[in-house]
Design a protein around this ligand. Structure first.
Ligand SMILES: [Zn+2]
Length: 118
């Protein structure tokens, strides 16, 4: 799914589904990443305050919060992309025309071989 940490392949190497299914598709991943990063920042801020209370070391707490705010979006980026793709597939299931014909042929064969449900 990914060429490297920050770059998603244009198409899935297994099924051929485009990673950018519609223009601006990545905005949803940015939204997930923002929500998650602010959540982590809030947790770090609350835990840091709780751990240092009542003698708050504000510069240290700000430094830790800054590090969390800077690193979390970078570390969570591929996960936010995968999550957004999964949500999008839940809302708009992939059409056969979006998939590699070799993959859909494999799926059809697998479906025919599956035992009937009781
Ligand atoms: Zn795929």
């Amino acid at each position: 799914m990914f060429a490297h940490w920050f770059k998603m392949n244009e198409r899935c190497t297994t099924c051929g589904l485009a990673s950018e299914r519609v223009e601006g598709h990545f905005v949803g991943a940015v939204g997930f990443n923002t929500i998650f990063s602010f959540g982590v920042l809030l947790i770090v801020l609350l835990l840091g305050t709780w751990a240092m209370f009542p003698d708050l070391n504000v510069p240290l707490l700000l430094g830790i919060c800054f590090a969390a705010a800077a690193l979390t979006p970078l570390l969570f980026w591929p996960f936010s992309q995968s999550l957004w793709q999964a949500f999008d597939l839940g809302w708009r299931p992939a059409q056969e025309s979006e998939l590699d014909p070799r993959y859909t042929a494999t799926l059809a064969t697998a479906t025919r071989r599956a035992p009937a449900a009781p």
